[in-house]
Design a protein around this ligand. Structure first.
Ligand SMILES: N[C@@H](CCC(=O)N[C@@H](CS)C(=O)NCC(=O)O)C(=O)O
Length: 231
């Protein structure tokens, strides 16, 4: 059965940029499950009201509805144990949890500083006011002021990925020889930036850049084929 996933989209419905939706999208591909993504915009709250909340990703698998990327990964491992594991037991879960929090607290804020205005620029007109108002309230200044120094983001990212660099210098993926949910948690951030912005966040000789390239190639180039502004 095909799983449906509501997935944040820009003015161009094919441009998908939510870091959390990318986590879920990669998790579904890892499991080898068929998915039909449904482009969703910030102003479409009522179309996901069936999930009891207002954020994406939301998946519907037959009669089962799950929201939140971490809960989706846990659900997929539970519902499809015969497919490759996203967490693979308590140790894999602990590593994925570390990567998720590392993405959230260290990598995302740096990327946000680089791309917040670019996100706004790629949105559908109907989403722009909501996005500007809610995000300016969150960051305490205008989108323009918040993103005034994109070059600083490149330097900040070099430092922010130091932990990831140390890991992927010694092994291809965060989870070892094969990627798993921790890789998707961090990679989601880079897809967020890639699909809305031309900003360069990683030097080409950085081992993290090579890891990102490997991630882009997974599942027959699923992420690389997704249309966006960057490369
Ligand atoms: N913890 C959630 C976060 C989901 C989330 O924040 N999604 C954003 C898109 S990146 C959203 O739906 N925002 C809607 C809004 O801000 O109104 C997860 O991991 O799925």
């Amino acid at each position: 059965m095909t799983i449906e996933m509501h997935d944040l989209a820009g003015a161009n419905p094919d441009v998908r940029f939510s870091p959390f939706c990318w986590r879920a999208r990669m998790a579904l591909a890892h499991k080898g499950l068929d998915v039909k993504t449904i482009p969703w915009r910030f102003s479409d709250k009522e179309t996901i009201a069936f999930s009891g909340q207002g954020l994406v990703p939301v998946i519907r698998d037959g009669g089962k509805v799950v929201h939140d990327s971490w809960a989706i990964a846990e659900y997929l491992d539970e519902a499809y144990p015969e497919q490759p594991g996203l967490m693979d037991g308590p140790q894999g879960r602990a590593l994925a949890s570390f990567a998720r929090h590392y993405a959230q607290s260290v990598i995302n804020p740096v990327a946000l500083k680089a791309v917040l205005l670019d996100i706004y620029n790629c949105l559908d007109e109907g989403d722009k006011k909501y996005f500007r108002d809610s995000r300016e309230k969150r960051v305490g200044m205008t989108l323009e002021a918040f993103t005034a120094t994109p070059d600083a983001a490149f330097a900040a990212m070099k430092t922010a990925v130091a932990t990831l660099r140390a890991v992927v210098q010694g092994q291809p993926f965060i989870h070892g020889d094969q990627p798993a949910f921790g890789d998707y948690c961090v990679f989601g951030t880079f897809m967020w930036a890639r699909n809305v912005s031309k900003v360069k966040l990683l030097a080409e000789d950085d081992p993290v850049h090579a890891w990102r390239e490997r991630m882009l190639d997974l599942f027959d180039g699923l992420a690389r084929k997704s249309p966006g502004v960057g490369a």
